[in-house]
Design a protein around this ligand. Structure first.
Ligand code: URA
Length: 297
């Protein structure tokens, strides 16, 4: 039985995220594991006394890379997350507009196909007149895991499916590492993917509060229809929409949330991870948490 940190699934997730190293107590490994994981290190003397952390390298990690990626202590965001949090905190926060109760009631009563038709015909905000098409969602209608992103980009607007660009490729790799995919017949392994916003904001700008407010009833109805066992909220807009909190993502991801009884795991958006690869280790930790929750179901 390998040490839990060396679980092949975890290592596969680490690998898919492109994360090179993680901390693990040196004396948690036997010699064979050490030799397999750190071929460039050579024999390691058994740890004496106090447990020392040792860097465990991915099997294919280049030997030249010596600095391990340290995971921050809980509650202590790493520097880049602090910077992102500071930027988010500094951004002016508009009052959340209220959406007509009539619209909320109308959407709440819709089944899948009418909900999709409603979304495709929607012109409730200015984005409706600018998009090529609304991007409703993709995946299994009874998925065990539902992934929530932010908004379609140019590729998604063209293809009509969420996460088909570069960020989508990373998302697919992350899902694959957890034994999950977006296309398939098995609701255990096929996720459902949707965005908070169904129409592309021009120039890939952030969604505006009125746009989020108009779209949220649709996302809520999608969640009600899928009834997933776990929600994975990627990025600030998904996380804030599902938790109702305006805290920055770096803090939201460190807490356990639920949306009407469904556990919500918050993590970084794949597009952010492409720009900030040093935070991939934290996203990996979030994925592991999601897997642990699923395993416990
Ligand atoms: N980013 C998102 O949040 N959603 C998409 O569909 C594409 C990029």
């Amino acid at each position: 039985m390998p040490h839990p940190l060396l679980d092949p699934r975890r290592l596969a997730a680490l690998n898919a995220l492109g994360v090179q190293q993680a901390w693990v107590p040196r004396d948690a490994l036997d010699e064979t594991e050490l030799a397999a994981l750190m071929p460039h290190v050579g024999p390691v003397a058994p740890a004496a006394g106090r447990r020392q952390p040792a860097a465990v390298a991915r099997a294919d990690a280049p030997a030249a890379r010596a600095e391990p990626v340290a995971r921050p202590a809980a509650g202590v965001p790493a520097t880049s997350a602090q910077a992102a949090d500071a930027a988010a905190a500094a951004a002016p926060r508009a009052e959340q507009p209220t959406v007509a109760a009539q619209r909320v009631e109308q959407v709440r009563a819709l089944a899948w196909e009418p909900l999709q038709a409603f979304t495709e015909a929607c012109r409730a905000c200015k984005l409706g007149g600018m998009r090529h098409q609304a991007v409703f969602g993709v995946g299994h209608a009874q998925a065990r895991v539902m992934v929530v992103g932010e908004a379609p980009g140019a590729e998604e607007d063209r293809v009509g499916e969420p996460f088909v660009g570069a960020a989508g490729k990373l998302l697919d790799n992350m899902l694959r590492a957890c034994g999950l995919q977006r296309h398939g017949d098995d609701p255990r392994s096929t996720v459902y993917v949707a965005n908070v916003i169904k129409c592309r904001p021009p120039g890939n700008r952030n969604p505006e509060p009125d746009e989020i407010a108009q779209c949220l009833p649709i996302l809520r109805r999608q969640i009600e229809l899928v009834r997933p066992r776990l929600l994975l909220a990627l990025g600030r807009f998904a996380a804030q929409s599902l938790t109702g909190s305006s805290e920055p993502i770096g803090r939201l991801r460190q807490r356990a949330w639920d949306w009407q009884g469904i556990p919500v795991v918050v993590s970084y958006h794949p597009a952010y991870l492409l720009r900030t690869p040093q935070d991939k280790a934290k996203a990996w930790a979030d994925l592991c948490r999601a897997q642990d929750l699923l395993d416990a179901l």
